[in-house]
Design a protein around this ligand. Structure first.
Ligand SMILES: [Zn+2]
Length: 173
């Protein structure tokens, strides 16, 4: 069975973090992360990536998020102010998307400068990541845990058909 989950799209575009620009295979799962969102899908029979410290880290983060905080699953919002993407000004000036661009991480696109973040439950989530979740089938997350000193830096767990993951919220005042 082949997966239809677009796992590559969850990898980092940042060439200064080459270890995150491709899926990492660890303990029967494929992991992808850009440092703020991580997903895991079963990948039976696939050999582990030789240097999989990030795979181990993602496995732990996702497992803890689900064990501790996946209690009241709800669907992410679909009705929120959408990010308007436009060409990265820095890369446009240089003529092409530049790997390692500080501004856009080499994607060539940058969001219009709007107030970012949608309040979902007790957490503020970057619109970009809500749109990333729309790439996955039947996402449910838990944003009901409190934004307190204990929990504010903890990832928000989510599931989807064929896998699960965790996403970081934004800092709140
Ligand atoms: Zn750029």
């Amino acid at each position: 069975m082949t997966t239809t989950i677009p796992i590559d799209q969850f990898c980092s575009h940042d060439v200064t973090r080459p270890e995150l620009t491709a899926p990492i295979y660890y303990a029967g799962h494929a992991y992808a992360t850009d440092g703020h969102i991580a997903i895991a899908v079963p990948s039976p029979g696939r050999e582990d990536t030789p240097d999989n410290v990030y795979g181990q880290r993602m496995a732990k983060t996702i497992a803890e998020a689900h064990a501790e905080r996946f209690k009241n699953p709800t669907a992410p919002p679909t009705d929120f102010p959408r990010v308007v993407w436009q060409p990265c000004p820095d890369c446009t000036a240089k003529g092409k998307p530049s790997a390692g661009c500080d501004w856009c991480d080499g994607s060539g696109n940058e969001a219009t400068p709007v107030l970012r973040g949608v309040l979902c439950g007790n957490h503020r989530i970057d619109e970009y990541y809500i749109e990333m979740l729309e790439l996955l089938p039947k996402v449910m997350w838990d944003v009901s845990f409190p934004y307190t000193a204990q929990w504010k830096d903890q990832a928000i767990p989510f599931t989807f058909t064929g896998g699960r993951g965790a996403v970081m919220g934004m800092r709140q005042p």
